[in-house]
Design a protein around this ligand. Structure first.
Ligand code: SF4
Length: 216
């Protein structure tokens, strides 16, 4: 923990030094994202915290987001889908639904910044196994920004240890048995206890697309 913690802190300090006012943090308010938020806000309390308000989150997630935002005085930015986004598309075409409700809005939002901080971890999924601390990311507009993931090497145990040591507030759905939490219609308790994300999209889909939609 000390090594990965100091690496994360150094990367955050460097990001704030290089990009203050020109970077953002995307936060789902899952536990790793709240850990990184806790680290980040101590260095830059004004960082824009982007939340993808898809319209389908659990009420518990929204209440927790609002409580943390109020308690920590966050600069919260809710990104909503375009008005023409089809309703309940998750029932027939989850990939298209994610594209309408997450990818389009976020990619447009990221065009306002030069760097994007995420709480991604290599351990989370085979699609994240090669995640680098800093990666170039080309947006659909053609602009290239930096994608920065200070928790890349952290394990689930590391995340839990930091949250416990620092008495971070916890989203109540974890106590109910959820281990990875997104939109309510696409989130179940884990189907495989050894795979924390196995309850997402019924195990049929690994990513919503925001981390795979752009070229490196
Ligand atoms: S996670 Fe489900 S409900 Fe949310 S945007 Fe993706 S398909 Fe739609």
């Amino acid at each position: 923990m000390p090594d990965i913690l100091s690496t994360a802190q150094s990367l955050i300090e460097q990001t704030v030094r290089d990009h203050r006012g020109n970077y953002c943090y995307t936060c789902s308010f899952q536990v790793e994202d709240v850990v990184l938020l806790h680290l980040l806000k101590t260095v830059d309390p004004e960082v824009p915290v982007l939340f993808l308000e898809t319209g389908y989150h659990f009420p518990e997630t929204l209440a927790y987001r609002d409580q943390v935002a109020s308690d920590w005085k966050l600069n919260l930015v809710n990104i909503t889908p375009p008005a023409e986004a089809p309703v309940e598309l998750y029932k027939t075409d989850p990939a298209a639904c994610c594209n309408w409700r997450k990818v389009k809005g976020l990619m447009a939002g990221l065009d306002n910044y030069n760097a994007w901080v995420t709480g991604l971890r290599r351990e989370q999924s085979p699609t994240r196994a090669n995640l680098q601390y800093v990666e170039p990311h080309k947006l659909p507009s053609g602009r290239q920004i930096q994608k920065i993931s200070p928790l890349a090497e952290w394990t689930w145990k590391d995340v839990q240890a930091y949250a416990t040591i620092n008495s971070l507030p916890e989203l109540s759905l974890y106590a109910d048995g959820y281990t990875s939490i997104g939109c309510a219609p696409c989130t179940q308790k884990p189907l495989d206890p050894g795979n924390l994300r196995s309850g997402r999209w019924g195990g049929n889909k690994l990513e919503c697309g925001i981390h795979t939609a752009t070229e490196r």
